[in-house]
Write a protein that binds this ligand. Structure first.
Ligand SMILES: Cc1cc2nc3c(=O)[nH]c(=O)nc-3n(C[C@H](O)[C@H](O)[C@H](O)COP(=O)(O)O)c2cc1C
Length: 387
């Protein structure tokens, strides 16, 4: 067993063990990937303030996200197709998150269904909703999430159209993979993945297949999803969905001050400052650059969460120090899952926790709830003066 010391180690194993089309699906951004790259590189521009001679014993990362207790303010972001990174991937990740004491968010585009995940976990998880043109289907999906006792609805707002990732088109991404000469050659070197996948029945989009009229097998699904995401989603519809759900709502994909204000007006319990990990609007600013302006505008009215670009506990701590109440990791947990299944997700969370805890201590803090801007050194003009 290799020694895992950082998320990059998990990423290397993920690449080695998972078919190329799924690794590439995770590890890419849209078009030129500028935003994808800057999400991570902008974190390294923020530095930390070293403090000494302060009591660093008895530290705590325990906090709350939307009033729910978390052992550290790092949730698992919704990620589609994770049951293709590793057999039954969503169930494994949800169990790892549950044991760790952090929220797991199940994507609409998951392989394991809402009911599957609920059956294999004990605590409520969060459900992420993509709005579809088929309103009847959306209504039933929300009801299914309620029946499964999901404790928050995360509505993703930045994917009404799918950003183009070149590699997905070139690789012919599909779930399950179509057996062409090149996928077969790739699969020949990923036999452990293949054996596990043969051992599960969950190989299609569990929240969709069998729940939508006319979609009974996955071969029709690519066309269905491309057609079905609702390009007319607006604030009125968001308010209607919120009403329909009746519980805590998190609006994900906010990257602009004006949109943040609207999200606060609509009464969201939290917003996620996010650019979908650089997978949607290439050329948008990195998420960490937009965090401060959004906090300044709405931080006193709505709980502000953050994602996109977190690859370490230091990154997560920087976002918290800037003022976010919670953070989400996407690729960081997917690398863990692709590398080593459930154990890999736990390892990813442990890596993040250790880095966060040590960094907090070396910045002279013992409790995450006391961490603020004073531990950061942010270069002048970091958020920029963009006109
Ligand atoms: C492979 C992949 C699939 C994703 N699928 C979804 C999804 O189904 N729903 C959603 O709201 N966000 C999805 N996202 C975005 C993540 O929720 C999150 O915003 C992003 O991964 C954060 O960036 P990071 O990967 O740099 O941490 C996906 C991200 C990745 C990498």
């Amino acid at each position: 067993m290799p020694v895992i010391t950082c998320i990059d180690d998990l990423k290397r194993l993920h690449r080695r063990r998972t078919p190329r089309m799924f690794y590439d699906y995770a590890e890419s951004g849209s078009w030129t990937e500028q935003t994808f790259r800057e999400n991570t590189s902008d974190f390294s521009r923020i530095r930390l303030r070293q403090r000494v001679a302060v009591d660093m014993s008895d530290r705590s990362l325990a906090s709350e996200m939307i009033g729910q207790p978390v052992t550290m303010p790092v949730a698992l972001a919704p990620v589609g197709l994770t049951g293709m990174q590793n057999a039954d991937g969503e169930i494994k990740a949800a169990r790892a998150a549950e044991r760790f004491g952090v929220p797991f968010t199940l994507s609409t585009m998951s392989i394991c269904s809402i009911e599957d995940v609920a059956e294999h976990t004990r605590k409520p998880f969060w459900f992420q909703l993509y709005t579809m043109k088929d309103e009847d289907y959306v209504r039933r999906l929300i009801q299914r999430a309620k029946d499964a006792k999901c404790s928050a609805l995360v509505i993703t707002l930045d994917l009404q159209l799918l950003g183009q990732r070149h590699k997905d088109l070139k690789n012919g991404l599909s779930a399950p993979p179509k057996l062409t000469a090149s996928t077969l050659a790739d699969l020949a070197t990923k036999w452990a993945w293949g054996l596990e996948m043969l051992g599960t029945k969950r190989r299609g989009f569990g929240n969709i297949v069998g729940h939508v009229k006319g979609v009974s097998d996955t071969s029709q699904l690519g066309a269905w999803t491309a057609e079905q995401f609702d390009p007319r989603l607006d604030w009125k519809k968001i308010a209607e969905i919120k009403e329909m759900w009746g519980g805590p709502v998190i609006l994900k994909g906010i990257l602009d001050v004006e949109d943040a204000k609207k999200a606060a007006e609509v009464g969201a319990d939290a917003i996620v400052v996010s650019n979908h990990g650089g997978r949607q609007l290439d050329g948008a600013l990195s998420s960490i650059r937009m965090l401060d302006p959004i906090l300044q505008a709405v931080g006193d009215r709505v709980e502000v969460h953050f994602d996109s670009g977190i690859r370490s506990g230091q990154d997560a701590l920087k976002a918290i120090a800037m003022g976010a109440k919670g953070t989400y990791i996407g690729r960081a947990w997917v690398h863990g899952l692709g590398a080593m299944g459930e154990e890999g997700v736990t390892t990813a969370l442990e890596v993040i926790r250790k880095e966060m805890d040590m960094t907090m201590a070396l910045c002279g803090k013992r409790d995450i709830r006391d961490v603020g801007r004073d531990i950061l050194l942010v270069p002048e003009g970091f958020s920029g003066n963009w006109q």
